[in-house]
Design a protein around this ligand. Sequence first.
Ligand SMILES: [Zn+2]
Length: 170
Amino acid sequence: MTKKSTSFSKHISIKEAYSGSNTAKKHKIDNKPPRYAMENMKILAEELFEPLREEIGHPIRVSSFFRGKELNAALKGAENSQHLTGHAIDLISSGKMTNADIFYLIKNNYDYDKLIWEMGDDKNPDWVHVSYVKGANRKLVYQAYRQPGKGFSTYKWFDLDNKDEQEKEV
Ligand SMILES: [Zn+2]
């Protein structure tokens, strides 16, 4: 009667959490998290993702969660990426809230370590990266963008909300 569970947490599947990467499949990479990373992922899911998901009330696609060293290298991720330790997750809205809405909801109402407005433009990011380090969250906020001719992301302190305020004052 026991059925193998396909869910990692209430609204995150195991495929989304670590086993579903096409890049991992292509390179035959086993992306199963070690125990410490699995524990970090469980904490992030329970204390950040699931409360956020409840509040939003519609699906959020998890485009990346755990990345082992090999998968991270294949994806050209940053060497010190918090995805390597299961501390970070990438989110894309699949409902009426935009990625920007989700970004601001986290920024203004949740505890997190690093929150990144990933690519896109100044109105909406292509995805939202957020990390959670229990007991050590720093609430750092960045915007990532690509400089022409560079294959990797550049980060700057997030200041789009300040920009809005400046415009209002004018
Ligand atoms: Zn990320």
